[in-house]
Write a protein that binds this ligand. Structure first.
Ligand code: FES
Ligand SMILES: [Fe+2]
Length: 428
């Protein structure tokens, strides 16, 4: 059955069709309309510091090699040989002098240029190797060490794309004089879910915590989220949730991470470290951002930042009903190693494939996909209308602001999603 995009999301995005989540045709449109055009997260500068350092990445289903070149720049190339299409790099990460295809041994420089064709010496004519390099991602830019790529040569600069999300990201990044680093390789695993639900979950859905995670997250923490929590949309598809602690709150209540670190996982050293960071916070990021206790962030289309358990996550689509989820532990670059390890344990205890919260999330995401495939229920689209129109501007916080129960973050995501799909559909 075919659908027009306009039939799937109503005008204010308070009703969302099940087919947005389950239709193969919609997925094919998403690949072109969204993943072919947006800035997509590829990795972090801290992962590739020396020439030849590389990590694998994906732009939707397209495999990418992200590599530090001899020129010191970051190069992003599609991991597919220009002879017959094999991947020229099989390792997840490492340091390479060349990328050599296993089939006929064509070799490529770390910047992606074709260097040698072994068969050449037996032939009278030589192909023009300058035209046979790996296919480059045409735009690559980074901000605060976060590297993004886009297939759209004409896309706006990354900083403009991130816009006011930089204000909220810096509430975390700028707390630490050395910035942040990605610690180790990502967790990667597959979930039988649509890619948009993990995104929506991290973009602003902190409301499920009190219910789905009731056995794990203490009631008092949930109460403070309802009481002090904000949901902000800086631009459609970008959003942040956090608690804004009252002025004059004790350092232990204000400091990010203390809830987890005050319990079994923590220890004197890490608690002292978090207090020290908090003591410097107002000076480094200003009063209002020093009082933010971040929860979850989302950057359109598929990057999430979970501040509370310090991880970055990317939801890579693998069809309408499968996602390959990548999740990195993120730590302050200049924290002592012992503190970094505890912070990473805090992340992996709760999130990642074996994390006790992540498993609960993954299970409902899979169930949502099954619900979205149900036949004979097309007249029961999902209700996205909670708090419709109750959001508004705030004197100190950029973007549209509301309580966390308001689903404006999800409506705005789907308005952008619908408009971008329509723009491609109309020319198809
Ligand atoms: S497919 Fe890569 S060298 Fe032939
Ligand atoms: Fe959750």
């Amino acid at each position: 059955m075919s659908y027009r995009v306009a039939e799937l999301v109503n005008s204010d995005a308070s009703l969302i069709s099940r087919r947005c989540w389950s239709s193969q045709a919609v997925y094919e449109l998403e690949k072109r309309a969204i993943f072919g055009r947006a800035w997509l997260f590829l990795g972090h500068e801290s992962q590739i510091t020396k020439p030849g350092d590389f990590v694998q990445a994906y732009m939707c289903e397209t495999p990418i090699i992200l590599c530090r070149g001899h020129d010191g720049n970051v190069h992003a190339n599609i991991n597919s040989c220009t002879h017959r299409g094999l991947p020229v790099c099989r390792a997840d990460h490492g340091n390479a002098k060349r990328f050599i295809c296993p089939y006929h041994s064509w070799s490529y420089s770390i910047e992606g240029d074709l260097v040698s064709i072994p068969q050449e010496k037996e032939l009278r004519t030589q192909p023009d190797k300058s035209q046979l390099g790996l296919k480059r991602v045409p735009r690559v830019e980074s901000w605060r060490g976060m590297i993004f790529g886009s297939f759209d040569e004409a896309i706006i600069p990354l900083e403009d794309y991130l816009g006011d999300m930089r204000f909220y990201l810096d509430a975390f990044f700028e707390r630490f004089p050395g910035g942040i680093e990605f610690m180790g390789a990502p967790h990667r695993w597959q979930i039988n879910a649509n890619w948009k639900l993990p995104v929506e979950n991290q973009l602003g859905d902190v409301n499920h915590g009190a219910f789905l995670h009731a056995a794990i997250i203490p009631r008092e923490a949930q109460d403070t989220i309802a009481e002090l929590g904000y949901s902000v949309v800086t631009a459609p598809g970008h959003g942040a949730t956090f608690r804004l602690m009252p002025e004059g709150s004790p350092v232990d209540e204000m400091a990010w991470g203390m809830e987890a670190m005050g319990s079994l996982l923590g220890g004197q050293e890490v608690q002292e470290y978090l207090r020290e960071v908090q003591a410097q916070a107002a000076q480094r990021v200003g009063d209002i951002r020093s009082r933010m206790k971040g929860l979850t962030y989302g950057i359109y289309p598929n990057l999430s930042f979970l501040w509370s358990n310090t991880s970055f996550k990317v939801s890579h689509p693998r069809g309408p009903g499968k996602v390959e989820y990548w999740s990195w532990a993120v730590v302050p670059a200049d924290a002592p190693d012992s503190v970094k390890k505890i912070l990473r344990t805090n992340y992996s205890s709760f999130f990642g494939p074996a994390g006790i919260l992540e498993q609960e999330d993954s299970e409902v995401w899979s169930q949502q996909f099954l619900g979205s495939k149900i036949d004979f229920a097309d007249d029961r689209p999902y209700f996205y209308g909670l708090g419709l129109g109750e959001e508004g501007p705030h004197a100190d916080l950029p973007g549209m602001v509301s309580v966390t129960a308001n689903e404006h973050y999800a409506r705005q995501f789907f308005i952008r999603w619908r408009d971008e799909l329509q723009a491609v559909e109309d020319v198809a």
